[in-house]
Design a protein around this ligand. Structure first.
Ligand code: ATP
Length: 247
């Protein structure tokens, strides 16, 4: 879809132009361009340290956008706080899950709707959706999050983001540390969330699975996009095969 068509239809879910970000004196991202249309599933892949997490942090207001521009759901992101970004419909499942270990599963889930009156009003319906997606969490609703297995924690982290009723969900390495069977159920859940209408941007080390799911994807290397294409195009690309698929 061209930029003009996106502008002419609905606002793009994400429109990133020349984005630069970093930490202190270290610049990590050097001019990222990325377009995501409403309803798409987009993957961001790349080696360790390429800047994938940094990109999601910049898009969610956790670190400043230093250069270039980014718009989510039609609204400029530069200078907005993390709380304002969430209120604008952008959910974030951060790397490392970052749950409240001394709060229960249900309390962690409900914290996703904190300070969001519209989402809070629909908390019961949204919680039911999360429990349908991850039945294990219904069984563990009263258990402290700190005592959950890695896979269960990941389910809570995704569920918590869904409680904010995001239109755009940014997910950082959900399969990290999970068994193949559990990662598989997390990928299935993300596909289902996308099928229900939420736009998904997924950062992943599991390149095979994320490219199979993605409408299109970008490959990041040392803070720059070095390749972009559809899932099948990138799965067949020699550089992707050699660097990320061990084929
Ligand atoms: P991985 O797949 O290993 O998670 P990544 O592609 O997500 O890698 P980032 O976590 O974005 O990469 O890191 C990009 C660069 O930024 C790395 O060189 C990292 O050391 C640096 N970096 C990340 N977080 C910080 C921070 N809080 N302070 C300083 N440098 C950081």
């Amino acid at each position: 879809m061209t930029r003009d068509r996106i502008a002419g239809d609905r606002a793009a879910a994400l429109e990133v132009r020349g984005l630069e970000a970093g930490y202190g004196k270290i610049q990590v991202l050097w001019g990222i361009d990325l377009d995501v249309a409403p309803g798409e599933f987009v993957a961001i892949i790349g080696a360790n340290g390429a800047g994938k997490t940094t990109l999601l942090r910049a898009l969610t207001g956790l670190i400043p956008i230093r250069g270039g521009s980014a718009r989510a759901l039609g609204v400029p992101l530069k200078g907005r706080s993390a709380a304002t970004v969430v209120r604008g419909g952008v959910g974030h499942v951060p790397e490392g899950r970052q749950l409240f270990p001394l709060m229960t599963v249900r309390e962690n889930l409900d914290s996703g709707a904190d300070y969001l009156p519209a989402a809070k009003a629909n908390a019961e319906r949204n919680r039911s959706f999360v429990y349908e997606l991850f039945p294990r969490l219904r069984e563990r609703a009263g258990q402290l999050a700190g005592t959950l297995s890695g896979g269960e924690r990941q389910m809570v982290a995704i569920g918590r983001a869904l409680m904010s009723q995001p239109k755009l969900l940014l997910v950082d390495e959900p399969s990290l540390g999970l068994s193949p069977a559990l990662s598989s159920s997390v990928f299935t859940a993300l596909a289902q969330i996308n099928a229900e209408g939420t736009t998904v941007v997924l950062v992943e080390q599991n390149v095979q699975r994320s490219l199979q799911l993605a409408d299109h994807a970008v490959v990041l290397e040392t803070g720059e996009v070095v390749l972009r294409g559809s899932g099948p195009e990138l799965l067949a690309h020699p550089r992707v095969k050699e660097a990320y698929l061990s084929l």
